[in-house]
Design a protein around this ligand. Structure first.
Ligand code: ADP
Ligand code: MG
Length: 258
């Protein structure tokens, strides 16, 4: 059984009478321990797909067709409360811009400790100790001393590390990473990618890695899903895509690689 199974997903924005379909008939799966890259140029519907999986689409966006199954369970009928529990615990998401998911009023330590208290029922003390260990693990220097610092005092790369620690606090089965390195310098990008792949080896989570950077895909992904203008154009094992892309769009994308 796949960890995540998407079938014939369609998402539209706008009132029913005048809706724009921005994702149309997308289907793929992610297994445990596996990294699947979701690639496509800007505006192709990658983030909307991710938000649909998390059930975080904002009105007037809505899923109009298809199914999203996580660990064999259809997510659509779940109550918002059930979905919120899954989001905090079993599926985590990180974004391009850490400040969009880090709370400026919450210390970096609390970002990691709070989910442990909420979803794992850890005591304040245990959550703090675990959070420090995780912040240390993701490469925050002097994690214990910096526990009470606020996110705006950190560099982009360090914030991204905090977001990864917070996302992985509850050891989710699935991590959705939406262009997590796009806003970072190239050297920092490589460090964050290495960190993610080390953490995957340790934690065993499946990763849906959204990017428009095929260089990253070549190194990290087991399989690739290519989207164009809201539609799925190709699904392939990474080596296969790079040696013989079946679809002209994927081939063109590969030719644009540096
Ligand atoms: P990508 O992540 O691949 O760059 P997105 O998933 O963000 O692309 O966007 C896909 C399409 O959906 C785009 O045409 C975008 O303009 C549209 N879209 C995204 N969010 C909204 C929204 N809140 N309202 C209307 N259209 C949206
Ligand atoms: Mg996007």
């Amino acid at each position: 059984m796949a960890l995540l199974q998407i079938e014939d997903l369609a998402v539209a924005f706008g009132p029913a009478a005048d809706a724009t379909t921005v994702v149309d008939g997308v289907g793929f799966s992610v297994d445990a321990h596996e990294t699947v890259a979701l690639v496509g140029e800007s505006g192709s519907g990658k983030s909307v797909t991710a938000l649909a999986i998390m059930r975080l689409l904002q009105e007037p966006g809505r899923v109009t067709r298809g199914a999203i199954r996580f660990e064999g369970r259809d997510l659509a009928p779940l109550t918002e409360r059930e979905m919120a529990a899954i989001r905090g615990d079993r599926i985590a998401m990180i974004f391009q811009e850490p400040m969009s998911s880090l709370n400026p009023l919450l210390s970096i330590g609390a970002h990691v400790a709070e989910p442990l208290r909420l979803h794992r029922g850890l005591s304040r003390r245990d959550a703090r100790a675990r959070a420090i260990a995780l912040l240390d693990r993701v490469g925050i220097p002097s994690a214990a001393r910096r526990y009470d610092d606020y996110p705006h005092r950190m560099s982009g790369g360090m914030r991204q590390r905090v977001m990864i620690a917070a996302a992985l606090a509850c050891e989710p089965a699935l991590l959705i990473a939406d262009e997590p390195t796009t806003a970072l310098d190239v050297t920092i990008q490589a460090q964050i990618m290495d960190l993610l792949s080390d953490l995957q080896a340790e934690f065993g989570m499946g990763i849906l890695f959204i990017t428009h950077d095929l260089g990253v895909v070549a190194e990290q992904a087991h399989r690739v899903v290519v989207m164009y203008a809201g539609r799925l154009v190709e699904r392939a094992e990474t080596a296969k895509l790079f040696s013989a892309a079946a679809h002209p769009y994927s081939a063109a994308l590969l030719r644009c690689m540096p």
